[in-house]
Design a protein around this ligand. Structure first.
Ligand code: A2P
Length: 331
């Protein structure tokens, strides 16, 4: 049979499910699919190309005869099983943060640093979803004006915390409609009708890991060690798609016209910027879309060479599944 033998670790999860849809939609050449999850999912099946494929439990031998393994089951699982998959000669595309910052592991957004894939040693990392969405708009501006630093606040959907968080928001919205107090499980506080300035765990310096990932991963992807990013990541009661308000400072003088030109022709990005007509990017307009959207582009009034903008993207797609499949296509 022609095509590749594919394993998806975390196939029952929010990203895993999306990955299967993206592989189908992009006609990725699949000879066989091995959906993998925890013991809890044994007995379940996933739909793939009109067939029902039984889920297998993750085991040491799960990667025998696998060509490409996608990992989307969190860092702990990746740390343990990615080396096993590599040992079995599978090429791994890892969606977790476990190996992203290791020097020998390419961290790739195909629209930005496609050449970095070349030096891979069997493992390629997929960037953090918020980082990916920011860079889809920031990188074209960087090419035009050379970015120095950004200040940003993110508005992150619950699907970024997995399938259980989607259920939690649904349940809490229903309970709130009945004037009942929701009991939080996934998050430390209710997420319905609330905002949590808390994504991932807190570090000694007061930032969260998610916030620091933006600076570290963006520096690596753009090959820009001096790049600085001060970010506040916020979880919002949106099912799907992250949005980010960004103010960026550049080395060179900026021009709004050139900025809009650069954004309009950037791959994987749509410029949606007619505020007079109430047209700007929103989570509901990017949900299910491959392209991110950027709007509210303006000359920043606080920085000398600054631009502010608002970028939104379906983080399960560009921030995860789509980017992972695009990497696999490059290989
Ligand atoms: P399972 O459904 O069996 O728990 P999400 O990000 O939506 O929460 O999904 C996480 C994915 O990672 C799910 O597919 C989940 O499988 C999988 N996963 C979680 N823990 C393990 C584990 N110990 N072994 C294998 N897969 C796991």
């Amino acid at each position: 049979m022609q095509g590749y033998h594919i394993a998806v670790v975390g196939a029952t999860g929010a990203v895993g499910q999306e990955l299967l849809r993206v592989l189908e939609r992009r006609n990725f050449s699949v000879a066989s699919l091995r959906p993998i999850a925890s013991l809890r999912s044994v007995g379940k099946s996933v739909r793939f190309q009109d067939e029902s494929v039984p889920v297998q439990e993750l085991k040491e031998h799960s990667f025998d005869k696998i060509d490409v393994a996608f990992f989307s089951a969190g860092s702990e699982i990746s740390r343990k099983y990615v080396p096993i998959a590599c040992q079995a000669d599978a090429i791994v595309i890892d969606n977790s943060s476990a190996f992203r910052m290791e020097a020998h592991v390419p961290l790739v957004i195909p629209e930005i640093n496609v050449d970095d894939v070349r030096g891979h040693r069997g493992l390629i990392a997929n960037p953090n979803c918020t980082t990916a969405i920011i860079l889809m708009a920031l990188y074209p501006l960087h090419r035009a004006f050379s970015v120095r630093r950004i200040f940003a606040a993110s508005y992150q959907a619950v699907s970024g915390s997995g399938a259980r968080a989607i259920e939690e928001l649904k349940r809490q919205v229903e309970m709130a409609a009945q004037d009942r107090q929701p009991k939080p499980e996934v998050y430390p506080h209710p997420i319905a009708f609330n905002l949590l300035p808390h994504v991932d765990s807190f570090l000694q310096n007061g930032y969260t890991k998610e916030e620091i990932k933006v600076q570290n991963e963006a520096s690596k992807i753009m090959h820009l060690p001096q790049f600085r990013a001060s970010v506040t990541c916020v979880r919002v009661p949106v099912y799907r798609a992250h949005s980010v308000a960004v103010s960026a400072e550049f080395e060179k003088p900026v021009s709004l016209e050139r900025a809009r030109e650069a954004l309009a022709k950037a791959p994987g990005l749509d410029l949606v910027d007619e505020p007079q007509n109430h047209r700007y990017p929103m989570p509901i307009s990017v949900t299910g879309k491959d392209n991110c959207q950027v709007g509210r582009v303006r000359v920043d009034c606080a920085f000398e060479n600054g631009l502010s903008f608002w970028v939104a993207g379906d983080q399960l797609l560009k921030g995860a599944a789509l980017n992972a499949v695009q990497i696999a296509e490059l290989l």
